[in-house]
Structures are given as C-alpha cells and as structure tokens.
Design a protein around this ligand. Sequence first.
Ligand code: ADP
Length: 677
Amino acid sequence: MEPPGIEPESCSPAQEPPASPAPPAEEPEPSEAAPAPQQEAEGVPPVAQGSRPGGPGSKGQAKRCGAGKGSRGKRGSTRRAGEEGGRPARRAHVTVDSSKAKTSLEALKISLRQLRWKEFPFGRRLPCDIYWHGVSFHDNDIFSGQVNKFPGMTEMVRKITLSRAVRTMQDLFPEEYNFYPQSWILPEEFPLFVAEVRMMKESDPPWKPTFIVKPDGGCQGDGIYLIKDPSDIRLAGNLQSRPVVVQEYISKPLLIDKLKFDIRLYVLLKSLEPLEIYIAKDGLSRFCTEPYREPTLKNLHQVFMHLTNYSLNIHSGNFIHSDNVNTGSKRTFSSVLYRLSSKGVDIKKLWSDIISLVIKTVLALTPELKVYYQSDIPAGKPGPTCFQILGFDILLMKNLKPVLLEVNANPSMRIEHEQELSPGVFENVPSPVDEEIKVAVIRDTLRLMDPHKKKRKDNQSQLSENSSDTKDDLLEPGSTDQLEHDISKNPEASLPSLCLKQVFPKYAKQFNYLRLVDRMAALFIRFLGVKGTMKLGPTGFRTFIRNCKLSNSSFSMASVDILYIDITRRWNSMGLDQRESGMCLQAFVEAFFCLAQRRYKSLPLHEQVASLIDFCEYHLAILDEKRLVCSRGITERRAALVTCQPDGLHLTPATHVPLLNRMTAANKLTDYRNYRS
Ligand code: ADP
C-alpha cells in the first residue's frame, strides 16, 4: 500500500493555495486555441517542457495549435453541426480542478497540456468538469462533475478489508480465487492461524512454511516481517491496537538476474454501475537489491532480499536508478515481458492470467464499494460521478502464476525521484520510467472520462445522419484542410493510441457467474432504508426476510432475530467500524450463507447461495410488480376521478383495488422453475 501524500513537502505543489483562494473575478471561457499558458496567468509556473526529454507533448501540441489556426476562417459556406458562421465552433475545454492533486500534480499537468484541457490549480468558483484528488473522494465537497476517487475505496483496499473481501469469494469459489495467498487476520484469528498451520504441518511434514506479517493500514513495507512459526508473532503490546494480516509467504518467486521483483499495474475503475474496468498495457517492475534466497532463519530479516518496495530498496547501496526503461531497479513491465518472451515464456497466457486476477479482485471489492457509494452519494441527490486509478501489486511465482499482493487506492503518480548529490544533499530528478508509464495512464484515463466526448460523438452521429446533402464536401479527396479541421476539432487525433485496454464488460461473460456477492449487496442496499446509512437495522433485516418469504414454520421470526443478533454482535465486536450500529454487508453475507445452507443443504456453497439469491430476487420481482400495478391503478383512478370531477379535489376511496397480475406472476414462476432445473 502507498500512503497518500507522504512524499516530502517539496514534491507537492509549492503553490498549494490558502484555505479559500480568491478566484479571478470572472473566468473567461477559454478560446479554442488557448492552451496551457493559462496556467501562468493563474500564478502557477509552467513545468518546463524541455525538462522532460522523454515526455511526449510539446511537438504534438505545436502541431495541433497550427492546425487549429489553419482551419479558421477557411470553412466553406456549408454550415455543419458544431460550426458557427462557417468557422469551427469554439470547442469548450474540459476544465480540471487540480488544487488537491498533491504528488500526482506533475504528471497531471503534463497530461492536461497534451490534451489541451484547462487546469484550475487553485480550484474554481464555478464547477469544474473533473476534480483530481491526490488522496480521497472527500478532499473537496463536490456536487457535480467527476472525481477521480470513489468514496470508501481507501477503506476497501486496506489489508484487512481486502483480505476479508477476497476470503468471502474464496469461500464461494476457492479455485477461482487461489491467486491470493492464504491469510489470517490477527488478533481475532490467532487461534485459527495456530490450529490451521499445525494441521497443515501434520498432514504434510516436509512443509516448512514462512509467513509474512503486515500491519493493517501499513505502507511501504513499514512494520512488515517474516516468521517461520506462528509462535514468532510479536504479540506483545500493540497487536490489539494495530491488527495485522499474516500471509503465507510465496517462497519461490520468479527471479530475473537472481533478483525478486514485483509488478505494479494500473487499473482504471471507470464506472461502478455498470461495471467498467480498464488495464494499462504497461506497468512497472520493482526489483529487490540483494540476490534472492529462499527464506531461512538466517536471512528472514534481509529486507533488500525479500521485500520489493521501492521505498526500502532505494536505501540500498545496490539500488540502480534507471535511465532507460529496460534496466535498473525500476523498469517497465513490458521490458520484463520482452525478456521473458525471449526465453520462451507464453506471454499471452501470462497476460490473460493477470487480467483474470484483476477482474476477479475488482469483483471482490465492488459489492462493498457500492454500499459506500450509496451512502455518500444517495440515488436522487446531486453528486459527482466517480472513477479511480488503482495500483495492483502482483508477484509472479516461479511457475509464472500471478499472485495478488495488494491493491493501492492511491498509487504513487510521482514522476521524479530523489537523488543524493553529495552526502546529505538531495535533489529531485526526473524519472523517465515513471514518466513514461504514469503520464500515459493519467492522460488516457482523462481521455476515457472526457465529458465532452459523448457530446462530440452525438454531434458526429447527427452530422452523419444529416450528411446526405453535404457528403461531397465532407469527403473531398486530398483535403488537408479537412484534416486540420479534424485535428482542431479533436486534439486526440494526434495523441498516441490509448494505453488502457477495456477488460470489463469486454470479458463479462466469463466472469458474471462470480457476481454473487454483488447480487447480495443489491439486496442489502435495498433494505438499508435510511439514505446514507451503511448498516442494516433489525427491522430492515426482518423486512428482507418477510419480503423474500424466507421465514416459515421451521424458521420463525424469533429465529430470524436471533440470527441477526448473533452475527451482528460478533462483527461489531471485531471493532471494525463502531460509528454505526447494525449489520454491515460482510455480516449480512454471513447471515445469507447461513440461510442458504439451511434451505439447500446438499448443494455446494456457491450453488446454495445462488439458489437463495434467485429465490429472493424472484419474490422481490413479484412484490415490485404488485406495487407497480397498484400504483398504476391508483394513478389511473385518480386520472379518472379528475376527469369526472373537474375540481379534482373530491377523491373518493378506491372502489376497485387492482389485483396482482396473476398471469404475469405465474409466468415468472414457470420461468424461475425452468431456470432452476
Ligand atoms: P506494503 O503496503 O507495506 O508495501 P505489501 O503487501 O505490498 O505491503 O508487501 C510489501 C512487500 O512484501 C511486497 O512488495 C512484496 O515484495 C513482499 N510480499 C508481500 N506479501 C508477500 C507474500 N505473500 N509473499 C511474498 N512476498 C510478499
């Protein structure tokens, strides 16, 4: 995990505004060809283009500016959609508030310049299209536009929460989720940890395991240590106050040049509902700085051998700053892949395994994320939409199986590193490897989130619909003017192709069967009741049971209450979130598993759960239909009464209550039975 904004102050924008900066009296809408210099006008020194030799940008920008000018005033008499008086319409720039971007500011600025979008480094009185936050959704109070963070993401990817979420999926789909090392949450699972390890050792005597202990909420390798036996856990003192995740240590990682390394991949969660996931085609590989040896009691403490964290290894005398993407202690992932492929490794298979790991992990995180989302941005209330770049840390085992180490909600987007010029004297110098990967990820994330793109698309489809009369003009062969016009209308025309690849919904068909917790979360959210809450009260749970027809003679409402109290009390005693009382989603999932096991005894767990979800959804669909028919009936009756009685005030009590459309319900039941069989 990476800490938000922990980098030295000098790396965050020196121009951090005072608490409430005075914005310019009125903000002029930027003209079409008014690119980055606007930043200077707002008092922020521009980042020198020349200081980033490897960085894409200035060339394409100059070209685009030229194209924009060239296209002006030359338009023919045919007026097209999006043009005014024969000139290209002024394309309003996308506006981005970067005042809370923190350490991602440098990379963001370069991206915005490449896109020719308008940056507001001190924030803006008017709403912006996009808000770029360095730390969390709550960095600003925002009511519109888009924010690059989801509420609750930081909490969701903490070591304990992630382990719990993955474990729930492992309970349902053990094979599919075996990419996450076996983990225990301490102190609460200490006895379980001891018992399970003893059992495994008894059943497999040659097994000599190693475990890695990671403090919850820790980052950059802080507080991490390796142990050979559960009794080596440092239980003293603060374990209660700082819980840990203990994990099976992957002792046979893939090595390059005898060094252990891990992969940082950037994943864009573009939307939660519907789920849209993109993966960056390239990432970073971070190398250890001591040759790897399998853990022994003697070398357990050698962090430069066992931990791949950049923040630790940079302090090793062996650390090599990379001046190109193929060498050094931090390289591009593509350079590693190239190396592996030259040794005959099946790179396609490796990528497909990684994509599958990413999709499955996101599927484990999103159900609870939806609970956070509806709590912060309740449906029907004004609020922004969200997207987020996540950093996935992945280890490759010797047999090339990818293993998930952790997910970062705030992956470092710094594109420079500290270099010690002379003892004790440090300077920030550009890091070409970081810049190549991170700028592309930010820029292409923005391209995918471009709020004007949809409008442009709509215009274009309208244009092609209306094009029959102007067709000859549009397709004039060899018209460079047309090309310039296209570039000025769409600066993207001169940008490289997107570095982000869509993987969901693209591969949804293969993964949708895993979305059981997601469907349970939908049930949970439906019965939460009060907007903004994240926990289900006893009444909500009872209503869930009643509406889904889950109680019967052998499972009374009294038993329902006992189930609720038992599970809720246990989850709350774990002390995860004491802010609200009630049943959290994970507790609801546990209760749901109990209910499913009672009802469908002989099936495997995931089938029991799937059957119960089908059953609940079916009964809720009937209920919804009933309500719809009733409300339609009421509306129709009201309309009839209003017509009969012109003053519309004397509504008589209902004389005809519409009944449930039994035919439709019966059809649904048949569908359901067919589906089940
Ligand atoms: P942090 O948030 O402190 O960086 P990580 O979970 O990323 O914590 O662990 C730090 C480093 O420890 C990883 O980069 C990796 O090199 C190593 N590591 C973590 N978990 C395992 C594991 N289960 N097996 C082997 N190495 C691991």
